[in-house]
Design a protein around this ligand. Structure first.
Ligand code: 6R9
Length: 650
């Protein structure tokens, strides 16, 4: 591997915590020590410290039947009680839980007392509709308070939610309803997106009208969009009519720590999405712990905002469960970052005095593309910590994020984790770690990460391998809904009882982790392993480039060849012709990484194909690069994009 040249590892900028930040920080270096001394004791201590247990547990981990783990399994708790009632009982009922901002500009705030009453009502409502412990409820809502209320109400009665992102089609919704045999769907007439109302109820109707009997007996409909809806008598119920008819007193019963909390579908290597199953006590322990220590949450004074939709795992763990378990005050925003104006997010930060902000690199890069003059019109001085999640953040975006959004001062935590891991696994601790732009850095206390080769040997420092979690962790997935075999095969067969994450990674000489993207995104060019992330990072480091996606295209001579798709910054668009620009960028990559990484082709494009969660769909770009008919585009956020790209390249 000596001839492997890594642009990312040449990143030399370092940002130690300021003395003040370190002194005030929630999490200190002692956590690593405690976890190293006794990992299980460390997690047991966190579970007791951060949660209320109706029945205290005595067993921390049961790993007698790997890979099926049980955490804290003789204990009992109520997840919603932990997120609501206990804060009210502790005297914090008047603290704001949610500052909700609708896209058209309407807003509503809920104190912990108010949110608790709403959830109690909703719990009574679900019970009156026949929902019992273990029953599945599908939630298909926009980013409105009722989404949070519904999730917590389901949790409160020991039932299981399956949140389906509002951007998914009727077909995807139906397959998720069927897979989990959901009894109830909670939806809205519609929600706001980019200035207009998108229908949701209509998709539910279409999903339930599809062939074959559905398991759904009722559809609860929140009025949000005000759009016309069709009504099926006996099945459909208005949320606002039903909520006033039920009591707002409800006593939270305790459920076993391993009671299922939710199923969340995520795409795998096959066409069929996997229903990732999470349970209660371990999940809530790790989401609460990481939310508090990684984001340095001071619940009395911070205003926290995570921009993720509750339809994704980030929305589950860092909009709903982590922050509310910690009694945080947070912002919830319904719409898109650029509605009705391109500075909307920064406007919201200014309005609520947001101090902790958590978003994705893809969003940061699109703001970079639009230019710093937009965020600079707003007062962002309340921000004191920034977070990143979802994909590797390239050093240039990291620096831009810190300089332009963070006023050149805020720490940035780059958090690596997955739907399957339930909570953050790799991240800096902001009061402890010296930050390195582009590196996710170190396993959080209590988590064991290894980087292995195909045979399961540790690759050591300074070379690439596969990211593996070698010990079970509290918020780990407990399985794939209805498919234990697939659970074993996908994650555990490769390395015995170590969890295979599907990501490539390497440790640098200091032992810090650099994520190299999914292993299926790693290219092999002339026998050299190259990461798409690595080359993208080199491209984006050129002032001309706003965003870049790289794929490995089949090549007779070299096995695979590097093909890059690049969006040029608006301010640079006229500086060079397309041929000049692509020659320049090829040379730039060669200069940054080495000739081996030089793209065979650089296509200048207007857009990149992204999923609704913002991940670049390299599969489609590979189709273009290899001159094939473009494959299935149904999961794209904007299905026109591929047409635009192929038209432009003709
Ligand atoms: C939380 C979330 C998981 C995949 C994961 C990896 C990529 C997430 C990352 C990151 C590099 C980070 N990923 N965070 N890669 N650095 N900080 O995104 O879950 O939607 O299941 O995606 O996302 O490839 O395997 P999910």
């Amino acid at each position: 591997m000596s001839n492997r040249i890594d642009n990312l590892l040449h990143e030399a900028r370092r940002f130690p915590p300021t003395e003040q930040f370190a002194a005030d920080a929630i999490a200190g270096a002692d956590l690593y020590e405690a976890a190293e001394n006794d990992r299980l004791q460390f997690w047991a201590d966190r579970a007791r410290e951060l949660l209320h247990w109706h029945t205290p547990f005595t067993r921390t981990l049961d790993w007698s039947n790997p890979p099926f783990a049980k955490w804290f399994d003789d204990g009992a708790l109520n997840v919603a009680y932990n997120c609501l009632d206990r804060h009210v009982l502790a005297g914090n009922g008047d603290r704001i839980a949610l500052h909700w901002e609708g896209e058209p500009g309407d807003s509503r705030s809920y104190t912990y007392s108010e949110l608790t009453s709403e959830v109690k009502r909703a719990a009574n409502l679900l019970t009156s509709l026949g929902i019992r412990q273990g029953d599945r409820v599908a939630i298909y809502l926009p980013m409105i308070p009722e989404a949070v209320i519904s999730m917590l109400a389901v949790a409160r009665i020991g039932a299981v939610h399956s949140v389906v992102f509002g951007g998914f089609s009727a077909e995807s919704l139906r397959s998720r309803i069927d897979d989990a045999s959901a009894k109830l769907v909670i939806t809205a007439d519609g929600g706001y997106r980019k200035g207009s109302v998108f229908p949701l109820k209509q998709a539910v109707d279409a999903a339930l009208a599809a062939d074959g009997e559905s398991t759904v007996s009722h559809v609860l409909v929140v009025k949000r969009g005000g759009n016309e809806v069709e009504w099926t008598e006996g099945r459909d119920l208005w949320w606002h009519d039903e909520m006033v008819a039920v009591d707002d007193e409800h006593v939270a019963k305790a459920f076993p720590a391993e009671n299922p909390l939710f199923i969340l579908y995520t795409s795998g290597t096959t066409g069929k999405p996997k229903g990732i199953l999470h349970t209660s006590g371990g999940y809530l322990t790790q989401t609460a712990f990481t939310h508090r220590s990684v984001f340095d949450l001071h619940a009395e004074s911070d205003v926290y905002w995570c921009t993720a939709d509750v339809g994704w795992i980030t929305g589950h763990s860092y909009v709903v469960y982590g922050p509310l378990a910690n009694g945080a005050t947070q912002v919830l925003y319904e719409g898109t970052p650029d509605s009705p104006h391109p500075g909307r997010w920064w406007d919201i930060i200014q309005k609520y005095g947001v101090s902790i902000f958590y978003t994705a690199p893809t969003a940061i890069r699109s703001f970079m593309k639009a230019g710093r003059q937009i965020p600079q019109q707003f007062d962002l001085s309340s921000l004191r910590l920034l977070g990143s999640v979802g994909e590797p953040i390239n050093p240039e975006a990291w620096i831009w994020y810190r300089d332009v959004i963070g006023g050149g001062e805020t720490p940035i935590v780059d958090t690596w984790w997955q739907t399957e891991t339930g909570a953050i696994m790799v991240s800096a601790l902001p009061g402890v770690t010296t930050l390195k732009p582009g590196s996710a850095q170190v396993a959080i206390p209590g988590i064991q990460i290894e980087v292995l080769d195909d045979e399961g040997h540790d690759v050591g420092l300074d070379s690439g391998g596969l990211l593996v979690v070698s010990e079970p962790w509290p918020s780990m997935l407990r399985g794939i809904w209805g498919d234990p075999e697939r659970y074993k095969e996908t994650y555990w067969d490769k390395f015995g009882d170590k969890y295979f994450a599907g990501d490539g990674a390497r440790r640098d000489r200091d032992g810090d982790l650099w994520l190299l993207g999914r292993v299926d995104d790693v290219m092999n060019v002339s026998g050299h392993r190259l990461s798409t992330a690595e080359i993208e990072s080199a491209l984006v480091s050129h002032p001309m480039v706003a965003e870049a996606a790289v794929v490995g295209a089949e090549d007779e001579a070299t096995g695979q060849a590097v093909v890059a798709f690049v969006i040029v910054r608006a301010s640079q668009a006229d500086v060079a012709t397309a041929d000049e620009a692509s020659a320049l960028l090829r040379a730039h990559v060669a200069e940054q990484i080495g000739a081996i990484a030089k793209p065979r082709t650089v296509f200048l494009v207007a857009e990149l194909p992204k999923t609704r969660s913002g991940k670049i769909m390299r599969r489609l770009l590979r189709d273009v690069a290899e001159g094939r008919e473009v494959g299935d585009t149904t999961t794209l956020a904007d299905t026109q994009v591929m047409q635009i790209i192929t038209d432009r390249l003709k």
